[in-house]
Design a protein around this ligand. Structure first.
Ligand code: GLN
Length: 530
């Protein structure tokens, strides 16, 4: 039996949230069915790992070490699944594979062309991903907008696939935009009409038209769009308070009925999901978290950290208000936040400000969570201010430091392509019995995803421990520090991993849960004193 293929395309403008729409569509499907999300990006980079987050948002890291488009974060967070690197296709990846085949002589002297070779390469990639993963459903999101040159071959492959696998196995979903013009107080459907006309010109008639708009579109608009765009179902997708509301919006609009009837898919009960969404929308408590970074003007760079905080909050009935602290020119290190978080980062800009914020958290017993660079700087701060190694630093930032407590340790990765020296993907850590992290994970091992080059210098493990720093999680060979914490502090925990990548709405990451809980406990206690 063929897998079902649900396509998601978009038009009018980018930034309508196709990734969230795709993930939310998958959320309607009954758990137990194997959903494989595939993201197709038009650009020529073979993978997005080397793209500056300023340009393309966060680099999301998978268990298998794949550095992928941040939409995979949405897929994993909504669907509670672990995705694979091979599910992120780019034009670069497709062309690279095709040209390699040509070089190996696989085409026996034939002329290699966009039609049929590139299109076939794409369709075969989809089919083989479906087969290799025993997919019941492939959720294929095509990046950009339908008119973009660089995405044309993906759109054409989507059109052709229906002929290959049968109409009963394919659903085309198109996300379009319906603006509301304030001066005439009306929705305007023309952009969506032109946009779907462009899609139909390419041979695809959308089954479902998702109408993004600031406020809900009315039934009159929906019928008009159904008629002009030839769509079976027109769904209003207004701005929502939280993206996790989308599956509920789709359910209200009966999208699941279409999935059941057209694709013969079983759909899911969303009662538990709704409970979490209600808590996200109207939490009983609130905490304020200071997120110290340098790309603070581009929130996409920290998307997974922000989501992980929200997931933890949903399970604690606690809204997390994030205050972004740009540490580059920071002069005042006091904060009214209930918790301080230093996330991952590269390079030296803003580092001293982050170290001062960590010192503030440690000395004032404010809950602290350190992620990757956040662990490294916590070690630097501790070495300097508690262990008396005044000039201690990371050699990434100060190569000539006399006390390189954080250093580059060669041989931690076998990745040699792409100039890659990065330690990437899921790594196991042995947790110290009785430690805060062992308690949080409820296990003696933790598996989290990594993306870094530098490590705590093994020459300083003893000095740091003698100074009171607890090395609470080590790599199985005992060489690398994966988790640290402090005793006698309400919550001072950091990890070399990026624990935000494994957090899901229905299953928050233990470290984020512990951190938000500690922040909430602190806030409630402070309230008692007032
Ligand atoms: N720059 C540091 C390293 O490469 C930390 C990386 C990170 O925070 N992801 O080790």
């Amino acid at each position: 039996m063929s897998a079902k293929f649900i396509f998601v395309t978009g038009g009018v403008v980018s930034g309508l949230g196709k990734g969230c729409v795709s993930a939310a569509l998958g959320t309607l499907i009954q758990p137990g069915l194997t959903i494989v999300p595939i993201k197709c990006d038009g650009y020529l980079n073979v993978d997005p790992g080397t793209i500056n987050p300023y340009e393309h948002g966060e680099v999301f890291v998978l268990d298998d070490g794949g550095e992928v488009d941040m939409d995979f974060g949405h897929y994993e967070r909504f669907l509670n699944i672990n995705c694979k690197f091979s599910w992120n296709l780019t034009s670069g990846k497709i062309l690279y594979s095709l040209i390699n085949k040509e070089r190996k002589g696989e085409f026996l002297g034939k002329t290699i062309q966009i039609f049929p070779h590139v299109i076939d390469e794409i369709k075969n990639a989809w089919k083989s991903i479906a087969k290799a993963n025993s997919a019941d459903v492939c959720l294929i999101e095509i990046g950009g907008t339908v008119g973009d040159w660089e995405n044309q071959w993906f759109v054409e492959a989507a059109r052709q696939l229906k002929r290959d696998v049968g109409a009963e196995n394919v659903l085309y979903t198109h996300v379009t935009y319906v603006p509301f013009l304030n001066n005439v107080q009306e929705f305007k459907t023309k952009p969506a009409q032109r946009d779907t006309a462009l899609l139909r010109e390419k041979g695809i008639v959308p089954d479902v038209l998702m109408c993004r708009s600031e406020k809900p579109v009315d039934d009159k608009i929906k019928s008009k769009l159904a008629l002009f765009c030839d769509a079976d179902k027109v769904v209003g997708v207004p701005d929502v308070q939280t993206i996790y509301e989308l599956p509920l919006v789709f359910k209200n609009e009966n999208v699941q009925v279409l999935m059941e009837q057209r694709l013969q898919l079983k759909t899911r009960d969303l009662t538990q999901w709704k409970l979490l969404v209600d808590r996200l929308k109207m939490p009983q408590h609130h905490v304020k978290i200071a997120l110290c970074g340098k790309y603070t003007d581009l929130r996409d760079s920290y998307a997974s950290v922000i989501e992980a905080l929200r997931h933890a909050g949903a399970h604690l009935n606690c809204g997390v208000d994030i205050s972004f602290v740009e540490t580059t020119d920071l002069k005042d290190f006091s904060t009214d936040a209930d918790g301080i978080l230093v996330p991952g980062g590269f390079g030296s800009r803003g580092v001293e400000g982050k170290i001062r914020m960590i010192k503030h958290a440690r000395e004032n017993k404010i809950p602290y969570l350190g992620i990757c660079l956040g662990l490294q700087l916590a070690v630097v701060e501790y070495a300097r201010n508690v262990c008396g190694l005044h000039d201690a630093h990371s050699t990434e930032i100060e190569p000539t430091t006399p006390h390189g407590v954080i250093v580059y340790l060669p041989g931690q990765t076998d990745v040699t392509a792409k100039g890659g020296t990065m330690r990437l993907g899921a790594q196991k850590a042995k947790l110290l019995p009785g430690s805060v992290v062992a308690h949080l994970y409820q296990k003696d091992v933790a598996i989290e995803r990594h993306r870094h080059r530098y490590e705590v210098n093994p020459d300083y493990h003893d000095i740091l421990q003698q100074g009171g720093l607890v090395l609470s999680g080590m790599s199985p060979d005992g060489k690398l520090v994966e988790f640290i914490e402090l005793q006698g502090h309400p919550f001072f925990v950091a990890t070399q991993a990026h624990s935000e990548f494994t957090s899901r709405l229905e299953k928050p990451n233990p470290m984020f849960f512990g951190f938000v809980k500690a922040a909430l406990d602190r806030k409630l206690k402070c309230k008692q004193w007032l």
